[in-house]
Design a protein around this ligand. Structure first.
Ligand code: NAD
Ligand code: TYD
Length: 339
């Protein structure tokens, strides 16, 4: 099996590469990533050293992706602009990468007759819930943020190719992930990093918004299940079954790091802030015999431990040093890897 993973230098993509290489000893992976601010080759270091993982630095909007996907048994598509707050500041890169880039990948894979394409999407395409209910795969798409709107568009492009061209794709929609290698602009790593440094934890509004948290390793095991056993043209929801209010989560992190709650600072709310996400993943469990395995308390403790152990990783992000890493260490191309 030769997999091409787009966005594999980011948070979930790099965890997925480690998961896949650990689980399937005979598989090979090529990561295709532009290395935006969110891409960090250090995340892939153990895999790149081990020898079954190649890397090509490329934009998913580049026509050259056609050559890269040729001969692959499957493509798992993570590459995206992923942070809601950035999409509120300026959505241009989101439209370009998430919409145009996904279309370019789909078109190339269709042309190259790639046998399987897994599009990694988000529950945010469903919009926001009140205090009751859950998203199912049949819920309407009602994205609120520019980020979510571009992900919804990308889902529809993939599904349109399935209907129109019999493109062999599946779409997954997962809830909020946490775990190692997450860029500290997202809630959990930001709160951990701030608490570790004894600095204020910025909580939007009154902190009453609810997210459903899943450990990234459970997301990876679900993606592996969809890749191997998912039905073409289907959407699969993935969630951790752990709903928490932001304020309660911030307090838990402070407790775990033995820091005072006075570090919490309520700040101006995010415009259009979705109140609650909750995901029903019965279909995924039933069809693919999948269930999340990591208890939230345990996963959070491990994650905090990881960030404490990886202070240098955080410092490199802050200083921008991680960007030099590629030039110094990995100027190899996927083509040479594939030969
Ligand atoms: P991330 O921001 O950590 O990583 C994104 C990766 O994509 C980076 O390595 C970046 O360099 C790369 N990339 C961005 N633009 C690119 C381009 N034009 N060409 C090639 N590479 C490019 O994101 P993440 O949190 O790991 O999310 C990965 C995927 O999972 C995204 O599609 C996201 O929508 C989806 N998702 C994320 C979550 C979550 O909680 N983080 C939940 C559900 C779904
Ligand atoms: P985030 O990690 O950005 O994920 P998403 O918005 O995609 O769910 O944010 C998770 C929740 O935390 C969301 O309700 C917004 C909130 N939040 C804060 O309160 N403070 C922050 O500094 C950030 C980044 C997020």
């Amino acid at each position: 099996m030769k997999l091409l993973v787009t966005g594999g230098a980011g948070f979930i993509g790099s965890n997925f590469v480690h998961y896949i290489l650990g689980k399937h000893r005979e598989w090979k992976v090529v990561v295709l990533d532009k290395l935006t601010y969110a891409g960090n080759l250090k995340n892939l270091e153990p895999a790149l050293q081990e020898g079954r993982c190649g890397f090509v630095q490329m934009d998913i909007c580049d026509r050259g992706v056609l050559e890269q996907v040729q001969g692959c048994d499957a493509v798992v598509h993570f590459a995206a602009e992923s942070h809601v707050d950035r999409s509120i500041e300026d959505a241009s890169a989101f439209v370009r990468t998430n919409v145009d880039g996904t279309h370019n990948m789909v078109q190339a894979c269709h042309q190259a007759r790639v046998p399987r394409f897994l599009h990694v999407s988000t529950d945010e395409v469903y919009g926001s819930l009140g205090e009751e209910g859950q998203f199912t795969e049949e819920s309407n798409l009602q994205p609120n943020s520019p980020y979510a709107a571009t992900k919804a568009a990308s889902d529809l492009i993939v599904l349109a190719y399935v209907r129109t061209h019999k493109f062999p794709a599946m779409v997954t929609r997962c809830s909020n992930n946490y775990g190692p290698y997450q860029f500290p602009e997202k809630f959990i790593p930001l709160m951990i990093a701030q608490a570790m440094a004894g600095q204020k934890l910025p909580v939007y509004g009154a902190g009453l918004n609810v997210r459903d948290w899943i450990h990234v390793s459970d997301h990876c095991s679900a993606l592996d299940a969809v890749l191997q056993r998912g039905r073409e043209g289907e959407v699969y929801n993935i969630g951790g079954g752990c709903e928490l209010r932001n304020i309660d989560l911030a307090k838990r992190i402070l407790r775990a790091l033995d820091r005072p709650e006075s570090l919490i600072q309520f700040v101006t709310d995010r415009p259009g802030h979705d109140l609650r996400y909750a995901i029903n993943c019965e279909k995924t469990s039933r069809e693919l015999d999948w269930a999340p395995a990591v208890q939230f308390d345990e996963g959070l403790a491990q994650t905090i431990h990881w960030y404490r152990d990886h202070q240098q990783w955080l410092d490199d992000l802050r200083s921008g040093q991680y960007r030099d890493y590629f030039q110094k260490h990995y100027v190899q191309r996927a083509k040479t890897f594939a030969q």
